[in-house]
Design a protein around this ligand. Structure first.
Ligand code: BGC
Length: 852
């Protein structure tokens, strides 16, 4: 652990000139801070994001372990498992030279329309807090910094750069700030990211909340960085408790640099403010081992030995078995005949959502790969493809010009037509986000040229093209297919430009086995990133039938197979940073496909591969529904494990799965304002209030065994043998050293009783070992204040063999019984009702607790 002392840090600040200090306050480039030899500070590297550690390169040359989406992590409800994922990410960060991860994202699932829903944990602040604390501890105990983001109320994407969220104080405290509070106070987060949006009239990089809440109330001693390009004002941001403007350098991005120097010289910004900001940068550096003479935090446990195995088990533990009529699942391997694997998401692995959270995994396992690797007799039909964006060219069609494996050669040209650099690449997705310097090519690139061979596997019309922004010229065997400038949609956010830029395709008729030499030219200065980089993909679509033909083939396949497994879902272009969804329906004709396949084969399992809820109007017509999120690189293997019962579908819903779009909060601002008029009533709190039935309730998930809930005891004996007393979520509270003392217990304020201990006895009444998430909800029927009908107060994960009874202790934090009123946390004295069970809609055990 970091052995720095504060006096030493202050001494290092004191030797720096004003210019030196100001230089440190804006990034050196897209992903790094400036080094400062006079302070003994080396270059500190930051990197996205929640689903992996991307590093400084954003393409296939620097791959990263791709963990399941944060919604999946939360669906495990298993803090120990999430802590292990934090450790895995820390090992990845160290391997890739990353000091600080730009994660976790702890905004809430206010509405399922939110584009980054997949990247956040839950609609519930307590579940988000517990999972977030575990994630941050896992990372930081290994000496890698976490950046808790986006502070605060960045719960949707539309107009995220300019929208002002209007929210009442109680809702802000009880819902949206609660995860930040728990993570800052319990896990001692080393960095927080201020979001793009405003809250109640102040843009977050200038917001008084940074100082009043983070510094003054929570005693936060870490760093506040801006989201990328979110710093807008020189003085206002400097006076607020924003420490670091990202990205840099200042002459290209951000309003600090020389302007801040002038403001300090003019006496408009106090130099003491700069000192505090620099101190926080040095403290972060000390913690991650970036300061000379300070040991930094050292790994206390070895890196995970077997990343694939851990990712596979975590994905399986996150899958939610939402429906299983007639116990169709697990499939019995013995005697299992042909499996019809159907659906647009079955062949290409959809392992992550879009935007800054994307990483390049070393490999991915699609459902088709996974089921085949499990030795099943699988026949595949996509069923419907019409709605999918054309994918990047890939094997077996894409070859390097010399025919040596999948990939392409790239040459960079100067304005005078001279070749000034080259790269040999393994794929056809290209992203230079941090200049071209890493490849030794100067910034003055005029155009670049991608060369490859496309070889037809069958005769037919191939669609060849590009997606990106700027001018593209495509040639096939030296004939121009198109020469066109693609422009972004008016008002498009950079997230949208990156994930869903315009597409231009041209047809190419090829005979089976025919090869064609392809050249895609791109004029770099026409990119929106001109000078700093560019991004685009070479696209290729192999011949396929019309959707009607594909659907007919899939239905025939299902009818003639023993079982049908349909994998439907979304993609990283549908669920992404930078824009929200405007419909929760499955894209294209997927609903129709499910209905037709289920009608053709009653033994139909629908696998829903999405990071966030989608509508499932057919849910009552199919035997089994398995919700698998974006499952990370081991998705297909985990799917095979769960379908065959080799792993338990361990997930429980971290968010309500609505039956329709009725009554959901909107993500669309009105005149640059987004009012959280629903107040405390998001997710299950809203469904309860309105008496609406969701499709699948919060906390729901079946698993492969059955449980009886036998007893609940309040204020149980913490020392009772056989009763493991756990913090909510099942992680034993552990202190993480922070500067200046130990971590306060949760809840931090007011001090006093840590909470109420509840013991719940459950029995595995089925015939298989299983895993249950025991959930405890509180309510206050006679309350004098407006409250949800119930709210999650604690939970724990239990494992039990058939017939085994387990008693689990769950600590319900005192905060779970408090509400925010008149500027403080308050407890309404009296009796709270408690209910325990397997989901928010199945709570067989009840008790009461009287609090004063
Ligand atoms: C995102 C952040 C991310 C940053 C750097 C921003 O657009 O909102 O979550 O960490 O980019 O990629």
């Amino acid at each position: 652990m970091s052995d720095h002392d504060e006096a030493d840090l202050r001494g290092r600040v004191a030797v720096l000139s004003t210019e030196q200090k100001i230089r440190l306050l804006t990034g050196a480039d897209f992903w790094a801070l400036y080094p400062e030899p006079d302070a003994g500070l080396r270059r500190v590297v930051l990197s996205d994001g929640p689903a992996g550690v991307r590093g400084e390169t954003w393409d296939e040359r620097d791959t990263s372990a791709n963990v399941p989406s944060p919604t999946a992590l939360a669906a495990t409800w298993d803090c120990d498992r999430v802590g292990a994922i934090g450790r895995l990410l820390a090992a990845e960060a160290r391997r890739k030279g990353v000091d600080v991860l730009l994660a976790p994202t702890v905004n809430l699932h206010r509405t399922p329309y939110g584009g980054r829903h997949f990247e956040c944990f839950s609609e519930d602040p307590l579940l988000t807090a517990r999972i977030g604390v575990a994630y941050v501890r896992g990372l930081q105990n290994q000496g890698v910094g976490a950046t808790v983001k986006h502070f605060v109320c960045n719960d949707s994407e539309t107009e995220r750069m300019s929208v002002d969220v209007r929210i009442d104080e109680r809702t802000l405290r009880e819902l949206y700030l609660a995860p930040f509070e728990a993570i800052v106070l319990e896990a001692g987060a080393w960095a927080v990211m201020a979001s793009y949006n405003g809250v109640n009239g102040s843009t977050m990089t200038e917001s008084p909340l940074l100082r009043s809440i983070l510094h003054d109330e929570w005693g936060y001693d870490g760093l506040v960085m801006s989201d990328w390009t979110a710093t807008r004002a020189t003085e206002a941001a400097a006076r607020a408790a924003l420490d670091l403007a990202m990205p840099g350098p200042a002459k290209r991005f951000g309003p600090w640099g020389d302007a801040l120097l002038a403001a300090v010289r003019a006496g408009q910004v106090d130099e003491a403010l700069l000192d505090d900001k620099v101190l926080r940068i040095l403290r972060l550096a000390a913690r991650v081992g970036g300061l000379d003479g300070v040991k930094g935090s050292v790994p206390v446990t070895p890196a995970p030995a077997d990343i694939p195995r851990e990712l596979r088990a975590t994905a399986a533990a996150s899958f939610v078995l939402a429906r299983n009529e007639g116990s169709l699942l697990p499939l019995d391997r013995s005697g299992l005949g042909r499996v019809a694997l159907i659906g647009p998401n079955a062949e290409i692995a959809r392992t992550l959502g879009g935007g800054s959270a994307t990483v390049y995994p070393p490999y991915t396992v699609s459902p088709l790969d996974g089921l085949r690797a499990a030795g099943l007799d699988v026949a595949f039909a996509p069923g419907t493809l019409g709605h999918l964006r054309t994918a990047a060219a890939r094997a077996p069609w894409l070859l390097r010009p010399d025919g040596s494996g999948p990939g392409a050669d790239i040459r960079f040209f100067s304005p005078s037509g001279e070749v000034i650099g080259s790269e040999q690449r393994d794929g056809a997705v290209f992203r230079w986000m941090n200049g071209f310097a890493a490849i030794g090519v100067p910034e003055q690139i005029d155009r670049l040229e991608v060369s490859c061979v496309i070889r037809a596997t069958e005769a037919g019309i191939y669609q060849l093209g590009a997606t990106g922004i700027g001018r593209f010229r495509l040639l096939a065997d030296d004939a121009v297919v198109f020469d066109e400038t693609l422009t972004a949609r008016e008002g498009a956010d950079w997230g949208e430009m990156l994930m869903a830029p315009p597409v231009r395709l041209g047809p190419l008729e090829l005979a089976a086995g025919q090869s064609v030499a392809v050249r895609l030219e791109h004029y770099v200065h026409t990119s929106p990133m001109a000078g700093a980089g560019t991004f685009f993909q070479l696209l290729l679509e192999a011949p396929h039938g019309t959707d009607d033909e594909e659907m007919e083939a899939a239905v025939a396949l299902a009818a003639g197979s023993d079982v049908a497994v349909i994998v439907v879902g979304t993609t990283a272009e549908v669920e992404s940073e930078g824009f929200d969804r405007t419909s929760l329906a499955l894209p294209g004709r997927q609903d129709e496909l499910v209905r037709k396949v289920a009608a053709a084969n009653p033994r139909t399992v629908v696998v829903v591969n999405s990071g966030a809820p989608v509508l499932m109007p057919w849910a009552g017509e199919v035997a089994a529904v398995l919700l698998t999120w974006f499952g990370g690189q081991e998705f297909g293997n985990a799917l095979a494990d769960v379908l065959l019962g080799e792993a338990e579908p361990g997930g429980r819903l971290p968010t309500t799965w609505p039956a329709s779009e009725v009554g959901l909060p909107s993500a669309q601002p009105d005149d640059r304002t987004l009012s959280y008029t629903e107040g405390l009533f998001i997710g299950y709190r809203a469904f309860d209030r309105d008496g609406r039935e969701p499709l699948f309730p919060f906390g729901h998930g079946r698993g492969y065994t059955t449980w009886s809930y036998d007893s609940i005891t309040v204020d149980c004996d913490e020392a009772n043998p056989g009763t493991a007393l756990l913090a909510p979520g099942g992680t034993t509270p552990q202190n993480l050293p922070r500067t200046g003392g130990s971590t306060p217990p949760y809840p931090p304020d007011p001090p006093g009783k840590p909470g109420i201990a509840v013991c719940v006895e459950v029995r595995n009444t089925g015939s298989r070992p299983g895993r249950e998430v025991v959930q405890v909800y509180a309510s206050r029927p006679d309350s004098t204040v407006e409250r949800p009908a119930k709210w999650l107060a604690g939970f724990a994960v239990v494992d039990a063999d058939p017939g085994e009874t387990v008693t689990v202790g769950i600590l319900l934090p005192e905060r779970a019984f408090q509400h925010w009123a008149d500027g403080g946390w308050t407890l309404e004295a009296g009796t709270f009702a408690l209910a325990a069970g397997s989901s928010s809609a199945s709570l067989p055990l009840t008790a009461g607790v009287t609090l004063k």
